[in-house]
Design a protein around this ligand. Structure first.
Ligand code: HEM
Length: 425
C-alpha cells in the first residue's frame, strides 16, 4: 500500500499500487468512484465476498453504509422491500435537501410504486415492442451504414449514444431531431457534485438544465393531456392520462422523467460499449459469434451481466434486522453491489469469464430482482439483439484500437470513449 493511502483518513482506493488484500478490511470503501474509473474495483469486491460479504464502511464521502456483495444476500434484500425500503434514495448518497428530486417510482414503496409502474409499463410491453422493432432496426441500419469504414472513431458517441437516444426519443415520442437533449439531461441528472466540477459546469447550471427538461416535457404533456393514444403508446401520453399519475406535481413529473431517461439511456448505452470491449478482450468468444450468430440472444444476456451497467442500488432499513449474521439498524444504508453479485462464483459458474454460450445466461443481477425489477429489460435486450444481428451482416470485426475511457461513478458503470475501427465482411 502506498504511504499516502495509509495516512489519509479516506484513502483513495483507486490509486495505482493499492493492494486490496493488504489494507485493513474496515478501510475498504467501495463507494470510491475512482476504483470504477480505473477499473481496479474487482479485487476489493472479491475480498469482501470472501472475507466479509456484508461489510460495514463507517466513513466515506457518503457517510456510513453497508455493502452487500454476494448474489444470494442481494436477492434477500430485494425480496424484502418492507424491511429494505427504496424511499429516500436508491444510490449510496442522499438527495440534496435544496433540490429534492424524487427519482420517480423507483424511489417509492408499496401500492404507490405498483400503481405508477403499471401506468407506464404498457409502453414497454410485448405488444408495443413488436410495433417498435421495425423502427429500431431501421435506425440501427442507418447508424451502422453511416460509420466511417477505415477510420478510427468513437463507438460511444457514434453508436451507443446515438442508438439509445433515438430509442428514448421514440419511447417519449420526443422530437427526433432534438434527441441529443435527452442525452444531455440524462448526463445532468446523474452527475454527482464531484462530477459537476470535473465536467466544467456549476451545480446551478445542472439544475437549470433539469428545469429546462421539465419545461420541454410540460409542453408535450399539455399537448397530449386528454388525448387517446395513437396505435403505439408513448410514455408522456401514458403519464398524462393515467389515473394515478395525471395529478403529478411538477417535481414528481420531473423525477419520473429522469427515471425513464436515465433508466433507458446510460444502461443500454453502456451495455453496447461494454459488449464490444468484451468481445475484443475475448477473441475466442468473438469467433464463436462469427461461427454461430444464433448465439446472439444468449450473448446479449452475458454482455449485460458482464458489464453490469448499474453497479449498485441502495435500500434503507425500516427496522433493525439481521443479514448474514450482521446486525443492521433501522435507518442504515444498505447497498446492493450488483457488480459484485454478478461475479459471485458460488452462484455463477466461471463467473469471472465472459462466455457467450454460457448456460443460464439470464440468471444475473444487472436488472435487479423482485418488485423493482427493471421495467425496460425486454426493450434493452431487443435493442442489443437487433444491433448485433445487423453488425454481423456488415462487419467482420469491430476492433477496439485504443484505451477505453471509463465513467467516474460508483453508480453508472460505463464508458465515455471507446476508439474503434470497423472491418467490413
Ligand atoms: C441493459 C439495460 C438496463 C439495465 C442494466 C437496467 C437496470 C435496472 C436496474 C438495476 C433497476 C433496478 C432494479 C431493482 O431495484 O431491483 C432498473 C429499474 C428500472 N429500469 Fe432499467 N435497466 C436497463 C434498461 C432500461 C430501459 C431501456 C428502460 C426504459 C424504459 C428502463 C427502465 C427502468 C425503470 C422504469 C425502472 C424502475 C422499475 C421500478 O422501480 O419498478 N431500464 N433498471
Amino acid at each position: 500500500m502506498s504511504e499516502s493511502a495509509e495516512t489519509q483518513a479516506f484513502p483513495s482506493l483507486g490509486q495505482a499500487g493499492v493492494d486490496p488484500y493488504s489494507i485493513p478490511l474496515e478501510k475498504i470503501d467501495v463507494s470510491d468512484s475512482e476504483i470504477f474509473e480505473t477499473d481496479t474495483l474487482w479485487g476489493f469486491f472479491e475480498r469482501l465476498r470472501k472475507e466479509d460479504p456484508v461489510h460495514y464502511c463507517a466513513e466515506s464521502e457518503f457517510g456510513a453504509y453497508w455493502s452487500v456483495t454476494r448474489f444470494e444476500d442481494i436477492v434477500h434484500v430485494e425480496k424484502n422491500p418492507e424491511i429494505f425500503s427504496s424511499a429516500r434514495s436508491i444510490v449510496v448518497g442522499d438527495p440534496d435537501p435544496d433540490f429534492p428530486l424524487e427519482a420517480g417510482f423507483i424511489t417509492m414503496d408499496g401500492p404507490r410504486h405498483i400503481a405508477h409502474r403499471k401506468t407506464v409499463q404498457p409502453v414497454v410491453a410485448p405488444r408495443n415492442l413488436k410495433l417498435l422493432e421495425p423502427l429500431i432496426r431501421e435506425r440501427v441500419c442507418e447508424i451502422l451504414d453511416g460509420l466511417p469504414v477505415g477510420e478510427t472513431f468513437d463507438w460511444v458517441d457514434r453508436v451507443s449514444i446515438e442508438l439509445t437516444t433515438g430509442m428514448l426519443a421514440t419511447l417519449f415520442d420526443f422530437p427526433y431531431e432534438d434527441r441529443r437533449k435527452l442525452t444531455f439531461w440524462s448526463d445532468m441528472a446523474t452527475a454527482s457534485p464531484v462530477m459537476v466540477g470535473a465536467i466544467g459546469i456549476t451545480e446551478e447550471q445542472r439544475r437549470a438544465a433539469l428545469m429546462e427538461c421539465l419545461e420541454a416535457f410540460q409542453g408535450l404533456w399539455a399537448e397530449r393531456d386528454g388525448k387517446a393514444p395513437a396505435d403505439r403508446l408513448d410514455l408522456v401520453t401514458a403519464l398524462a392520462n393515467g389515473a394515478d399519475t395525471k395529478g403529478l406535481a411538477p417535481m414528481e413529473y420531473l423525477g419520473t422523467l429522469v427515471l425513464l431517461i436515465v433508466g433507458g439511456n446510460d444502461t443500454t448505452r453502456n451495455s453496447i460499449s461494454g459488449g464490444v470491449l468484451a468481445l475484443n478482450e475475448n477473441p475466442k468468444e468473438y469467433q464463436k459469434l462469427r461461427d454461430d450468430p444464433a448465439l446472439i440472444p444468449n450473448m446479449v444476456s452475458e454482455m449485460i451481466r458482464w458489464q453490469t451497467p448499474l453497479a449498485h442500488m441502495r435500500r434503507t432499513a425500516t427496522r433493525d434486522t439481521e443479514l448474514a449474521g450482521k446486525q443492521i439498524k433501522k435507518g442504515d444504508k444498505v447497498v446492493m453491489w450488483y457488480v459484485s453479485g454478478n461475479r459471485d462464483e458460488s452462484m455463477i459458474d466461471r463467473a469471472n469469464e465472459f462466455l457467450i454460450d454460457r448456460k443460464d445466461a439470464r440468471q444475473h443481477l444487472s436488472f435487479g430482482w423482485g418488485v423493482h425489477f427493471c421495467m425496460g429489460s425486454r426493450l434493452a435486450e431487443m435493442q442489443l439483439r437487433i444491433l448485433w444481428e445487423e453488425i454481423g451482416v456488415r462487419f467482420r470485426e469491430v476492433e477496439v484500437v485504443g484505451e477505453p475511457v471509463r465513467v467516474r461513478s460508483n453508480f453508472v458503470k460505463g464508458f465515455t470513449e471507446l476508439p474503434v475501427r470497423v472491418h467490413p465482411l
